[in-house]
Design a protein around this ligand. Sequence first.
Ligand SMILES: NC(=O)C1=CN([C@@H]2O[C@H](COP(=O)(O)OP(=O)(O)OC[C@H]3O[C@@H](n4cnc5c(N)ncnc54)[C@H](OP(=O)(O)O)[C@@H]3O)[C@@H](O)[C@H]2O)C=CC1
Ligand SMILES: O=C(O)CCC(=O)C(=O)O
Length: 447
Amino acid sequence: MSHTALVSAFMERTAAKNPGEKEFLQAVLEFAEVIVPFVEEHPVYKKAKILERMVEPERVVIFRVPWLDDKGEIQVNRGFRIQMNSAIGPYKGGLRFHPSVNLSILKFLAFEQVFKNSLTTLPLGGGKGGSDFDPKGKSDNEVMKFCQSFMTELCRHIGQFTDVPAGDIGVGAREIGFLFGQYKKVTNEFTGVLTGKSLNYGGSLIRPEATGYGCVYFSDEALRHHGHEIAGKTAVVSGSGNVAQFTTEKLIELGAKVVTVSDSSGFVYDKAGIDAEKLDFIKDLKNVRRGRIKEYADKFKAEFHESKTPWGIKCDIAYPCATQNELDEDDSKTLVKNGVIGVFEGANMPTTPEAMHFLRQKGVLFSPGKASNAGGVGTSGLEMAQNSQRLSWTRDEVDYRLKIIMKSIHENCVNHGAGSKIVDYVKGANIAGFRKVADAMLQQGVV
Ligand SMILES: NC(=O)C1=CN([C@@H]2O[C@H](COP(=O)(O)OP(=O)(O)OC[C@H]3O[C@@H](n4cnc5c(N)ncnc54)[C@H](OP(=O)(O)O)[C@@H]3O)[C@@H](O)[C@H]2O)C=CC1
Ligand SMILES: O=C(O)CCC(=O)C(=O)O
């Protein structure tokens, strides 16, 4: 059978077992397109049915989350934790609170997390969780009530040696604080069971910055490897949350001009470029006042494009940092027409498969999130190490280690994805991420 036929057959079996899970199947397909041919060349993995085992979560927990809102009314949400693969370490991955959350989205995130965590070089398995709870428009008291109810159930399934959640969309320092407080109260244990904690109770310096900084460090490696540099480039960034803020910060520091940020209501185009002072405004707007990005356009006389994504703005480098499938085929064509050199995913799976194929076919440097956004979970791994040592490393120490992690992910991608003209980062990241997990699974037997 041809590789294409083998991939189709594998996807048919996977789809039959996971009906309607379109995001999960999308993530598996991206992986299978690279790994099915690789497994054909390495029959040891085929015989052990490694791929078939990898697409089956080790455990899925789904639970009811009842809580009382400020009016005294009962609200009911659904909670999830997907414990995908623990071959190389305890399950590790964020929690997402967003109304769109469902089993398919969390399974895609958990699946990608397994290979991302493997790439970090640290002993971290893969998981993901969350809820369809929407923190937007809720009071601090309501968010706390929800987090307490969520953790009252979740705490039975996690632990510092079992499963260590962190933040993701809708889960930042505030939510992690409430979740940690409840875990401690219910279990009567003070352990590093969550990462992304505040510095006051065991958090790590640089963890808030790590996903965005790491993404820019990775893109810096990729650009330099191909004879370019960040300084002087025009960058388009989507999102204005954690990842977008610190991607923007590092890009500015390295001499790029960042001209856009966005949220789910639209994007702002600031021709003059976002500087440190304007970025401080965004951080306050999004992290403290929890307002809409249009306020940036009003304050700094920038353009606001309602209900639009920023990919039509001419740029050299693009960083999708908001959410899955936010950059489609038409966007990729516009980016190429406008001369883009590189697209570096800060978010998880922000690029649709068609867009990804088009960009790669046109010779654009393209890094999948599992490689370029791995700095966040990598630094979570560093937070776990500090918690175990009962020590706090300096900012420079953590930043130095983050740079080493991103450099080594880049090298690993080059080793497994070197092409005649440019590095195929999708191939490189998937093979490198797969091998470590697959070999550990082989060594541990049929479990
Ligand atoms: N935080 C981390 O350490 C890591 C995060 N990631 C990934 O990065 C991405 C962003 O996460 P993070 O910055 O932490 O999350 P935040 O909640 O801090 O920010 C999310 C941003 O994306 C926007 N957004 C969310 N959903 C949509 C949507 N459906 N359409 C348009 N915009 C949307 C939000 O706008 P609005 O406020 O209007 O909803 C907001 O600007 C996600 O894909 C996440 O999985 C990956 C690795 C680590
Ligand atoms: O820091 C972590 O544990 C998880 C980060 C995350 O959710 C991700 O990498 O997508």
